[in-house]
Design a protein around this ligand. Structure first.
Ligand SMILES: Nc1ncnc2c1ncn2[C@@H]1O[C@H](COP(=O)(O)OP(=O)(O)OP(=O)(O)O)[C@@H](O)[C@H]1O
Ligand SMILES: [Mg+2]
Length: 263
């Protein structure tokens, strides 16, 4: 009896994305409250993956916050609709909150807070970003790279802001996918020398998406879970597809074969 209860408790502390193929790569689930970076080059499918997570989570009755620093709300809703989802319905039900922010406003607010605060580490990111009246199960941020650019040349300020943000998400047990654009193919291998590199070690997990180039065959997309703290993950590089009417899907049964180059 006791064993059973313990096991159930452990399970309850983990969450799913509800993307069946993706969840197979993380069979134990994602520890609640973790921050996971979704990395990839331009057009690799980062936004679409996160919108797919939003769609699936809302379908399962979970609350999702999508913070965009790039595309407008109506465009994001349009992408979701093209996948057969009904974002307006989720919004009406209070399950989905899509909001576009101006990254420069964030940088300016942080600047103002920092100059007011005597101790730099005591700024409160919450009023700057997370809507006070919405407590999501899952947070999607698109993207950290846009925020980093807005802090142009102020890497230390960006770092303070990121530390606060990660701490905030953790303290409220909000699980997050945070998009980070990496200029390909620097995310293949070890050289993280990009803007906002501080976020790599702040994160609990990294998911990488790639464009796959074959010499004699059409291009493909691929995805892998690079790390997930405290979890046993399936680290294979598998196919990732984006299809009209269907959305994004991860195919754990299709590992990449042949001669290809990842970008
Ligand atoms: N409705 C759709 N049907 C089919 N393919 C689509 C659809 N929407 C997007 N795609 C494809 O998915 C690709 C990746 O889109 P996505 O916006 O997710 O990339 P991204 O990694 O977020 O790029 P960026 O770094 O520019 O933000 C698009 O370039 C397009 O080829
Ligand atoms: Mg995008």
């Amino acid at each position: 009896m006791v064993m059973k209860k313990e096991r159930r408790d452990v399970k309850e502390d983990r969450i799913k994305t509800f993307i069946p193929g993706f969840d197979k790569l993380v069979p134990e689930g994602i520890p609640r409250g973790s921050s996971i970076l979704v990395e990839g080059g331009p057009g690799s499918g980062k936004t679409i993956l996160c919108l797919e997570v939003a769609k699936r989570m809302c379908q399962a009755g979970k609350k999702v916050l999508y913070m965009s620093f790039e595309e407008r709300e109506d465009r994001l809703r349009g992408h979701m609709k093209s996948f057969g989802a009904d974002p307006e319905e989720y919004e009406k039900k209070g399950l989905l909150y899509i909001k576009r922010f101006n990254a420069l406003d964030i940088a300016r607010s942080v600047e103002a807070l920092l100059s007011e605060a005597k101790k730099e580490l005591l700024i409160d990111v919450q009023p700057v970003l997370i809507p006070a009246d919405f407590k999501p199960d899952f947070v999607l941020m698109d993207s950290l790279s846009s925020i980093a650019s807005a802090f142009s040349g102020e890497e230390s300020r960006f770092r303070i802001y990121m530390e606060q943000l990660f701490r905030y998400l953790e303290s409220y047990n909000m699980t997050s996918f945070l998009i980070r654009e990496v200029s390909s193919p620097s995310h293949v291998g070890t050289s993280f020398v990009e803007r906002g590199e501080a976020v790599s070690f702040l994160s609990d997990g990294i998911v990488a998406i790639y464009n796959v180039f074959y010499r004699d065959a059409p291009r493909k997309r691929a995805i892998e879970v690079i790390k997930l703290r405290g979890s046993d993950v399936d680290r294979r590089l598998v196919e990732y597809t984006i299809k009209k009417g269907e959305g994004a899907a991860v195919h754990p049964d299709k590992t990449l074969k042949g001669n290809f180059v990842l970008t």
